[in-house]
Ligand binder design. Sequence first.
Ligand code: GLA
Length: 386
Amino acid sequence: MTDLQRTATSGFENAFGSEPHGLWTAPGRVNIIGEHTDYNDGFVFPMAIDRRTVAAVRRRDDDRIRVSSSFSPEIVEVSVRALDPDALHGWSAYPLGVAWALGQFGAPLQEVPGVDIYIDSDVPVGAGLSSSAAIEASVAVALTEIWHLDHDRRTLAKICQLAENRAVGAPTGIMDQSASLLGRRDCGVFLDCRSLETDVIPLGFEEHDLELLVIDTRVEHAHVSGGYAARRASCEAGAAALGADSLRDVTVGDLDRARELLDDETFRRVRHVVTENQRVLDTVRTLREHGPTSIGELLVASHASMRDDFEISVPELDLAVETSMAAGAIGSRMTGGGFGGAAIALVPVALASSVAEAVTAAFAEASFTAPTIFPVRPAAGATRES
Ligand code: GLA
């Protein structure tokens, strides 16, 4: 049992006064490439990471569902028969939202037994590593088993996305939940967000002695409000003006026409998504043909597109990318929704500490808050642990 699983077990016992029946875990993720493409029906290529959330769960004999967590001392209690996405708030909206969303996908919530759930996690919150998807996925696999449901992982990703969209109120796509549910050791998850077809592709980081550094800028972001929804709205407006169902149907060859039809800002939003879809396809092909040391330029081009066209970077992320590249990284880019959060740098293991030191020094020089820098490994998706 890991330390985290042990603290989750004792947290459960302190909150509810008995032992959990089982522990289910799910990882956070970093996105290797494919940003703001998921809700445009496009392509993404994230990986699950070795930072996980634990859901310790015990079945009850009545209809109550109680949730508690290491994030806050409160215990939130509702009837599983009366779950209402509009009445959920705070962190408990994630686990309770998943229970509600399972009902939307056919779980007989009028019959299933109640549960006690305790959540603990070592996925940093607010860093763009999908701590929220990790909670959702851990609870989804736990309840699927306890309630004897038979949803496959792709359906569970949709269920978790529905929880995030309706119960939490964040208009996000399906990437994070898919990565958390489908990841595999040393692999990335190539996902077509239109068909939901997935291909789990070996990254070869272990064989090539590469490491992925997360550079958490500690500029906190949130997707419930602000820029994320505005970007999504621009993409939808751009697609409509071009007569497309979604930006998935617009190609690099259509961009000249798009420039004539769209205002400058909408055009640049569209250009980011269209070129980013192409970069995901190019990354997967390059990885297969030439291995992970050849994908660096695509990662850097993705960052430039988010900085200049989609305008979701911040000075801290740009500095993290520039400095890690100057210090010898193979590739680097911001990851996740943007407006803060983390950058990633793909580095040879031998250079990891000098890249980290260079970034830390550059942040100090710029008088930015010191970043938190740590390596992550591509890890397995959600699973039962005990
Ligand atoms: C957040 C969302 C994802 C995706 C990314 C941007 O992580 O949760 O669905 O849209 O931003 O690529």
